[in-house]
Design a protein around this ligand. Structure first.
Ligand SMILES: [Zn+2]
Length: 603
């Protein structure tokens, strides 16, 4: 028995070695997937919520926004293992490693060997960022020698032509925050080519390890380097250079218009936020018509539940018609007709602004809110916040938040026939502890976006204020609160103000949030392990990607110089149709609507 087990083990080891030492094919195509290696930057020990800022959160945000498939390896919890780099058959699982493990991370001789084999034998390319180059094996692979890091006023400047920096520069610290000085990593190139320098020192380097394997370093201040557009583009192009190709989404000149509050109770009950709900006629004339004229979409964060003061319960908003205590006629039935019209015209998208825009507990002290005089407790804005108890200055418990998020989703679906994909809280009231984290709970309920990214795999805590990190760059659409003030209130006071946004952004495409969410959740895959032929699939998730299912999608298929020269005889095929030779850096790939998976291949 014992002998048998050992014999089996020997066999496994021998076949493993055989695969490990397989002779190289000249045109080995790497898998389109990145392994992001970090040290202790993921603050959530349960590996779900990405928050707290920093380059790790930025990388996750960018990868989701670009559509780059990735896994995260956190070295504060996980031991390096060959299975992280090679699949069941011993082939590379990734096209590139993005190394973001800090100076505290030390590698054992076994770890060094694993990384060396991952890069040199499995041919997984390596991209290291900022000062994350302090492990001797990482330096050896990059062809660098790390010296130190000190403040310096210099900017990174392009030094000659390279694929990674083509079209950028000369100054790579543009389109970002102005600074007097930043941390500059001091390293010496020993085998790497220098693509950019800062104050005469190498700052972006590339080493060709042969067989299509690259080791690229994007240096600079780790806390700041990705705040500059050219550096983000350099990172994106590094992924193309490292893997040889990429299917990427970029967002130049894309605007997502959002507007909060339709259906909220504040306009009827909160003295300083008082106005009449918009009517069908106002919605048609001042919103739908200008949206149609500009082929634009407006994403509305609406509130489907309304406080019925007489019954002391939450009732459907869109059935309410009454004259409020200020003497203003409130007609939410008319509002709903306008919304339905805009949805039918394809210019309005319905998203969630919670269930009620109100405290779940409207009864206990300092309340009750129910039945209180209009200029007493009802005048306190804290009552009108749903996901953080602003009136009592405490978090809303997780189960209560979850119930409200589910009610919002279910009531919106009952009224409009579709589930909201975006979630945003009233008045930016959010709970941030891990147990009660509003982003984490919204992701669990099935929402796909709240300022960052929400999914079943992880949640990125975005900004709560209706904008987005890197919004309005090549990397993330501009999330723009609709004029005049991001709320239906603005239109009630200044109906003509809404359409002015189109004059302010004349050359932009006004896409909806559903479209951005769809791209973030599309699944891009190459068949497991490297192969001789480039073949990848794109799938639209039936829940999150409904905008792509309805409209199709467009991507940039990018190919590095080195792989393009090897693929000269091949053509790009999209869903069985030829798109011609791969003779440029970028080819636009358009994928049809519907739920069938798409196939992109070179043959
Ligand atoms: Zn609101």
């Amino acid at each position: 028995m014992r002998f048998k087990i050992q014999a089996c083990l020997v066999q496994v080891v021998v076949s493993g070695l055989f695969l490990w030492q397989r002779p190289a094919a000249t045109q080995q195509i790497k898998p389109y997937r990145v392994l992001l290696v970090i040290s202790n930057q993921w603050k959530d020990p349960a590996s779900f919520l990405v928050s707290g800022g920093g380059e790790f959160q930025t990388l996750v945000t960018l990868f989701k926004s670009w559509g780059v498939p990735f896994d995260i390896l956190r070295l504060d919890q996980v031991i390096l293992d060959p299975g992280q780099f090679a699949d069941f058959q011993g082939r590379a699982r990734y096209g590139a490693i993005v190394w973001d493990a800090d100076a505290e991370t030390t590698l054992s001789p076994d770890d060094d060997l694993l990384l060396r084999e991952a890069v040199e034998k499995l041919r997984i390319s390596l991209i290291a960022l900022g000062d994350r180059i302090q492990q001797p094996e990482i330096q050896r692979l990059l062809g660098l020698r790390y010296r130190s890091e000190h403040m310096h006023s210099s900017h990174a400047l392009v030094a000659g032509d390279s694929f990674v920096l083509r079209g950028l520069g000369p100054d790579l610290h543009q389109q970002g925050p102005p600074t007097i000085a930043k941390q500059r990593v001091q390293a010496e190139a020993v085998g790497a080519s220098v693509l950019a320098t800062a104050g005469g020192l190498p700052q972006i380097t590339e080493r060709d390890l042969g067989n299509g394997t690259r080791a690229i370093w994007i240096g600079g201040d780790i806390d700041q380097l990705l705040l500059y557009q050219p550096m983000r583009t350099a990172l994106r192009r590094s992924i193309v250079e490292a893997i040889g190709y990429a299917l990427i989404k970029t967002w130049t000149n894309n605007v997502v218009l959002t507007m909060d509050d339709m259906g909220n109770a504040q306009n009827a009950w909160l003295e300083h936020w008082h106005y009449p709900a918009l009517t069908e006629g106002q919605i048609r004339q001042f919103m739908i018509e200008p949206l149609k004229a500009h082929h634009a979409i407006l994403s509305l964060n609406i509130v489907p539940g309304f406080v019925d003061d007489a019954a002391r319960r939450i009732v459907p908003t869109w059935k309410q018609q009454f004259t409020d205590q200020f003497g203003t006629k409130q007609d939410y039935v008319s509002t709903k007709k306008g919304l339905d019209e805009g949805i039918a015209e394809g210019v309005l998208e319905i998203e969630s602004h919670g269930w009620t825009h109100m405290q779940p507990d409207l009864t206990s002290p300092p309340g009750p809110w129910w039945g209180a005089p209009i200029e007493d407790e009802r005048a306190e804005v804290g009552w009108y916040r749903e996901f953080y108890d602003v009136r009592r200055n405490r978090e809303i418990p997780a189960a209560e938040q979850k119930f409200h998020m589910q009610q919002s989703r279910d009531w919106i679906k009952a009224e409009f026939g579709t589930e909201p994909l975006e979630f945003s809280t009233g008045g930016n009231g959010v709970s941030r502890s891990w147990a009660n984290n509003t982003w984490r709970i919204a992701a669990e309920v099935g929402y796909g976006y709240y300022g960052g990214y929400l999914g079943k795999d992880l949640a990125v805590e975005g900004r709560a204020d209706s904008t987005a990190d890197f919004g309005g760059t090549d990397d993330v659409p501009l999330l723009l609160p609709a004029l005049p003030d991001g709320h239906d209130r603005g239109i009630a006071h200044d109906p003509e103000g809404f359409a002015k946004v189109f004059d302010l952004h004349p050359h932009c495409d006004f896409i909806g949030l559903d479209e951005y969410i769809g791209y973030q959740h599309a699944t891009l895959m190459t068949s497991a392990g490297a192969s001789e032929r480039l073949k990848m699939t794109v799938e639209y998730d039936p829940h999150y990607c409904r905008a792509l299912r309805a409209k199709g999608s467009t991507w940039n298929f990018e190919v590095s110089d080195w792989l393009r020269s090897e693929l000269r005889s091949q053509q790009l095929w999209v869903d069985g149709k030829s798109s011609g030779a791969v003779d440029q850096e970028t080819k636009m790939v358009t994928l049809a609507p519907g739920l069938a998976p798409h196939v992109i291949e070179l043959r």
